[in-house]
Write a protein that binds this ligand. Structure first.
Ligand SMILES: O=c1[nH]cnc2c1ncn2[C@@H]1O[C@H](COP(=O)(O)OP(=O)(O)O)[C@@H](O)[C@H]1O
Ligand SMILES: [Ca+2]
Length: 471
């Protein structure tokens, strides 16, 4: 022993490192992994929330992953529930499950349709859960994270009712599933989390992560209850970000992705999803007739447990008047704007820049464009301009209910009375709200091509990437 120590004293540092390289490697792997986890996104609500998922396989380390890592993510949306199952390899590339890159199933209505019956609400997920779990190999189930992220529907229900539903979902997972539930696996996502996951999803699929921020694309996601916009901005612009409004999340999230630091401007507007906005627009006209409702329609619109009068004006639908009502409902040019430039409702617009040059616009923007007939629903993406929404609106605002089916054969019957309203709102949101030029080309997106496959352009992939990057 004495002899060994004596030798040790005369060893150079390099020799020591060489001699103990095996031990150093074993010690350093968990340290590196823990450091990565501490840098994860977008869990916290502070402005500095960070993600890093450039992970390599660490053969033999205590945290080493198998060759395949599954993740099961439920999207508890305001208008429906969906489940996505993904499988990643060790480089965090998606690998096929059977013949698709994800298992995707959906049903209607969403959890918030059962505000007074948490158990029934939770049970609405059973068929999705069973099928999702069955798609994960049996031996991997206890290692496979499952998450349930609820969005605008539960946000709008309020804390108590939504917490009761989430608790029932937690119990369902515990009783029925062998998948791994992390702490906070079942939550209401805050809007900025939802927006940043969406941004990660799209840029991951486009393989722009790791590139300069001006090579990334911006995203808009128009849900039923809320709408999010997110895009990367420069560090200088991030430094000038105003303080968020009272009770709102901060405007900028810092994220590490594929070795690069991004400053992500992100904001979610609750009550401005398409189905919620119908209510806002009908509220403007209160008990009078509404210029956005298609000529010949008399009815009631139900949203969030309330009923709104939805009756066409006796002078008929009017694009111009509907535009005024929509601008009014959006609170554009609101005196609330205390920043250099606002979108609407007093919200900072992020300053624009390279990360907003290309916009990938998802969910109801794609769906309505397809129903209105100016986008092919069979294609994953379509390039359009905001003015295409206005053109379609012009046609929808100048028809009578009886003409609806022949003029817009793809429109679902329930949507027909609101087609003028929806299209006017979408145009107004893009142009007057988000400040896009009417002639700017934007990409409407349902799915994004990834190799030979196409993957749903939805936030759950961003969440899955985070989940499989955690230990
Ligand atoms: O995985 C998806 N792929 C494509 N579109 C989706 C997906 N999930 C939701 N959507 C779209 O989102 C819209 C519904 O919004 P949702 O119910 O999620 O409201 P929320 O986001 O305001 O809670 C629909 O247009 C639906 O087609
Ligand atoms: Ca959604």
């Amino acid at each position: 022993m004495t002899a060994k120590r004596a030798i040790g004293r005369h060893e150079s540092l390099a020799d020591k490192i060489h001699r103990h390289r095996g031990l150093l490697l074993v010690i350093s792997i968990p340290i590196v992994l823990i450091a990565l986890v501490l840098l994860l996104m977008p869990g916290s609500s502070t402005s500095v929330s960070v993600i890093e998922y450039t992970m390599k396989s660490h053969e033999g380390g205590s945290n080493s992953r198998g060759p395949k890592n599954y993740a099961v993510i439920f999207d508890a949306g305001s208008s429906g529930s969906r489940v996505h199952v993904y499988c990643f390899d060790q480089n965090l590339d998606l690998v096929p499950l059977e013949n698709e890159l994800e298992l995707f199933l959906q049903l209607k209505p969403g959890l918030s349709a059962y505000p007074n019956d948490p158990r029934q609400s939770a049970n609405s997920l059973v068929s999705l859960l069973d099928k999702a779990e069955a798609s994960v190999p049996r031996e991997l189930r206890p290692k496979t994270p499952v998450r349930v992220g609820a969005t605008a529907g539960l946000r709008a229900l309020g804390h108590k009712a939504s917490e009761n539903i989430l608790q029932a979902v937690r119990e369902l997972l515990k009783d029925r599933s062998r998948l791994k539930t992390e702490a906070n696996a079942v939550t209401v996502l805050d809007g900025t989390q939802e927006g940043s996951y969406q941004w990660v999803t799209i840029n991951y699929l486009l393989r722009t992560l790791g590139k300069p921020y001006s090579d990334t694309v911006g995203v808009v996601d128009l849900g039923g209850g809320s709408v999010q916009m997110a895009y990367a901005i420069s560090e200088e612009d991030a430094a000038t970000a105003p303080k968020p409004l009272e009770g709102e999340d901060s405007y900028v999230r810092e994220m590490y992705l594929k070795g690069r630091k991004y400053f992500l401007y992100v904001h979610s507007y609750l009550h401005y999803g398409l189905l919620a906005a119908r209510a806002e627009i009908l509220k403007v006209s209160e008990d009078s007739n509404n210029p956005c409702i298609v000529t010949g329609y008399t009815g009631t619109y139900k949203y969030g447990g309330k009923a709104f009068k939805a009756t066409a004006s006796s002078s008929g639908t009017s694009l111009d008047e509907c535009r005024r009502v929509a601008i009014n409902a959006l609170k554009v040019n609101d005196s609330l704007c205390t920043h250099m430039k606002c979108t609407f409702g007093g919200v900072w617009n992020g300053g624009g820049g390279g990360g907003q040059k290309k916009m990938f616009v998802a969910s109801f923007f794609f769906d309505r464009a397809a129903e209105a007939g100016f986008v092919d629903p069979k294609q994953p993406v379509a390039e359009v301009r905001p003015l295409d929404f206005e053109k379609a609106a012009n046609k929808a605002c100048n028809m009578r209910m009886e003409e609806g089916k022949s003029k817009f054969p793809r429109v679902e019957e329930d949507n027909l009375p609101y087609l003028c309203l929806d299209l006017v709102y979408q145009y107004t949101l893009l142009v007057d709200g988000f400040g896009l030029k009417p002639s700017q080309t934007i990409t409407l997106v349902k799915k994004v091509k990834y190799g030979d496959y196409a993957v749903e352009a939805a936030w759950p992939l961003g969440s899955a990437i985070e989940a499989v990057s955690s230990p």
